[in-house]
Design a protein around this ligand. Structure first.
Ligand code: HEM
Length: 459
């Protein structure tokens, strides 16, 4: 712990900076490895994206200080400036008082009781999907998970009681999933590359804009439909979904949201909640495929869950531990940002107003100082050492502080529901000859994940 009165030091610049390009080539070629390689150079170091300086938070102490202790002095930064024109000013992109109001307005939907009420819908969607698989069939798990988790999000948060029925929700979910992937790629490209290059036609900028427009149109339609229900005189919350709650109002925002605000929140939640869970589940299935003994253990635990019991850490402790280990080793969000709103000192380093900061849970989660043999996948490491035993800031799959993931419990519930549905029926195995590699874009996802599913032997 550094003394507050010690003179400030400058964050060291990482070697290898090139004129005009800065550290872009290193980041472009070996994204995570590059961030990993600078960890030992100090609590906070500086790199350059072109001519733009960016500070990297390396130590748990620095991450904890920025995300929690001094969080009011930071905004969300460049990544979210780039995202705003695509997805509007919702909870993930907005700042200060407006953000606080929107967060309070959304909070009731993420209360444990609200999530418990969604478990039935989540289970139906997962069961419907996995019961359609045939013995020996090869399933493109990454594609199936992306669709399934988007449909689940659309169904549980936005359209529980859609008059058009489950098929329409599934179709909407598929459209959303398609556009979402393209928009997320656009946001990533816009963050790491200078604006004139990122917005060039060669890099598909028009495609990103078109996908964002299509997504906005889908969200606008959903808002229009919910507003019509409201105006038809039905109790606004009769549909039981979050969108209706947004329009009707909550203790955090009694008058309810305008159509544009509700639309932007839909986009924010889709952006934050669909690919994160589907990517985590893809990695989870990848790990299960390589470890039949873990699949067996998980199946035994899931099968023993009493009817009506909610899936959670208390009822499915091993499966929960397994997911926490997946989130450690395969944290999907490898690059998150903040911006200093005023001059601020963190770990003895003076950061000027406007400083752009990067933190990466991926590199933190692979630090041997906190995780012995960090690349070894071992759910039982969490038996010996729980989250509470780690320094604050060392395990941050859902971040910390005022911008912590609002959907952490929702996400864990969804993922437990899906894993249970899969392992109760199937043993997923890797397909021979296919090598799973991480692809690092907005999230770290598997290049492709074909898996063969076989039923459990009888008895
Ligand atoms: C495995 C799944 C998930 C992971 C790993 C994850 C991770 C995160 C992280 C790291 C942040 C903080 C971002 C930052 O520091 O800038 C965040 C924020 C957020 N997440 Fe999640 N998330 C997941 C699932 C979900 C789900 C399912 C939802 C909603 C249904 C959701 C909604 C949000 C929202 C709205 C925020 C912004 C909160 C705010 O700024 O106040 N997330 N998430």
């Amino acid at each position: 712990m550094r003394s507050i009165t010690a003179p400030a030091v400058a964050a060291p610049i990482v070697p290898g900076r090139l004129p005009l390009l800065g550290h872009l080539p290193q980041l472009a070629v070996k994204r995570v490895e590059f961030l990993q390689s600078v960890r030992t150079r100090g609590d906070i170091v500086r790199i350059f994206l072109g001519n733009r300086p960016v500070f990297i938070l390396n130590s748990p102490e620095a991450v904890h200080d920025v995300l929690l202790t001094q969080s009011r002095k930071f905004g969300k930064g460049l990544l979210f400036d780039v995202a705003r024109p695509f997805i509007g000013n919702g909870i993930i992109t907005s700042e200060r008082d407006f953000h606080l109001r929107q967060r309070r307005a959304l909070q009731p939907a993420f209360h444990r009781n609200s999530i418990a009420a969604c478990v039935g819908t989540m289970t139906d969607i997962a069961e419907e999907q996995v019961s359609a698989w045939r013995p020996g069939e090869v399933i493109a798990m990454d594609v199936v998970m992306r669709r399934m988790m988007t449909v689940m999000l659309v169904a549980t948060l936005f359209s529980t009681e859609r008059p058009e029925g489950a098929a329409a929700v599934a179709e909407l979910g598929e459209h959303v999933a398609e556009h979402l992937t393209t928009v997320m790629r656009g946001v990533f490209v816009g963050t790491v590359l200078p604006a004139p290059i990122a917005s060039s036609r060669v890099l598909g900028h028009r495609k990103y804009l078109a996908a964002a427009a299509a997504l906005r149109e889908l969200a606008d339609t959903a808002v229009r439909q919910a507003r019509q229900t409201q105006q038809a005189g039905q109790a606004p919350t009769a549909r039981g979904d979050l969108l209706s709650v947004m329009l009707a109002g909550t203790p955090g925002n009694p008058r309810g949201m305008t159509d544009v605000e509700a639309r932007d929140e839909l986009l924010s939640l889709l952006m934050a909640g669909a690919e994160t869970t589907s990517t985590t589940l893809s990695w989870a299935l990848h790990e299960l495929g390589r470890r039949p003994e873990i699949t067996r253990r998980m199946r035994a635990e899931c099968d023993a869950l009493p009817a009506g019991a909610l899936p959670g850490a208390a009822t499915l402790p091993f499966t929960d531990r397994f997911l926490r280990e997946v989130l450690r080793l395969h944290q999907p969000s490898w690059l998150l940002m903040r911006r200093a709103l005023e001059p601020v000192r963190v770990c003895g380093v003076e950061l000027p107003r406007g400083a752009e900061l990067v933190y990466s849970a991926v590199t933190m989660h692979r630090d041997p100082a906190y995780y012995p043999e960090p690349l070894r996948f071992d759910p039982d490491r969490w038996l010996a050492r729980t989250e509470k035993d780690l320094p604050p800031g060392a395990y941050v799959p859902f971040a910390l502080g005022n911008r912590k993931c609002i959907g952490d419990h929702f996400a864990m519930t969804e993922m437990l529901v899906v894993l249970r549905a899969i392992v109760s029926r199937w043993r997923p195995r890797p397909v021979e000859g296919h090598r799973v590699r991480p692809v690092v874009q907005a999230l770290i996802r598997p290049n492709a994940l074909p898996m063969r599913v076989s039923p459990w032997p009888a008895g």
